[in-house]
Design a protein around this ligand. Structure first.
Ligand SMILES: Cc1ncc(COP(=O)(O)O)c(C=O)c1O
Length: 204
């Protein structure tokens, strides 16, 4: 968040964003506005943020230059990242996706909704491999999309400010292992496919 924030930044974030987003932006000196997603009282959960929610705010306040969305939500509800990304692209607004809970999405893209990785209009996706994908705790990863105007070098420099100079070999190894095994191991792939299929059947 400090990477995208700063005094020139006016960020629109969800009212129910994770506190790390608020803290990072605050430290950076960014101005923060919030948008509240709809609440589903039948299931007592917040819905994912919608394109309309974002449009309503950004069309009326042209100083907003960063949007941060959470997709999927903690409960697994995914936003229309593509629609929001297209809108942000046209408006020249940077878009960050908090995909803390989407870490298994890239392992079965035909079954899961898009995570935003590699999607035009999305600048950055953050994922927590320890949430659902099986890595050791703190195995979070950032994906800087090639279409972003921000460079990998800038991101690296920003990370230096807030990360340890003694990274954990165990966590790095567990990140590698999780990615390798889920992408390459046929048994793991089948397990993910079967689990998602069974969840879909259950829902239907
Ligand atoms: C939506 C969301 N974003 C960010 C985070 C922070 O992730 P981490 O604990 O991996 O730093 C969490 C953690 O629960 C989360 O639920």
């Amino acid at each position: 968040m400090r990477f995208f924030g700063g005094k020139e930044c006016h960020a629109l974030i969800q009212r129910n964003s994770h506190r790390s987003i608020v803290h990072g932006l605050r430290i950076s000196g960014a101005r923060i506005s919030t948008v509240k997603p709809a609440f589903n009282s039948d299931f007592t959960v917040f819905e994912p943020i919608t394109l309309r929610d974002i449009q309503e705010r950004c069309d009326h306040d042209h100083t907003i230059n960063l949007v941060v969305i959470t997709s999927p939500t903690y409960e697994g509800l995914a936003a229309d990242i593509h629609g929001i990304a297209q809108y942000c692209l046209v408006k020249g607004i940077k878009l960050v996706v908090d995909g803390a809970h989407s870490s298994v999405f890239p392992f079965a893209p035909e079954l899961y909704p898009p995570s935003g990785i590699g999607m035009e209009g999305v600048d950055l996706v953050v994922q927590s491999l320890h949430k659902g994908a099986g890595s050791l705790t703190q195995a979070s990863i950032v994906h800087l999309n090639k279409t972003s105007k921000k460079s990998a070098k800038m991101l690296e420099n920003a990370l230096y400010v807030s990360t340890t100079t003694s990274p954990s070999s165990l966590i790095l190894l567990s990140i590698e292992e999780t990615i390798q095994s889920n992408f390459k191991d046929e048994v793991a792939k089948k397990r993910i496919h079967d689990t998602v299929k069974r969840a879909k059947e259950l829902r239907e």
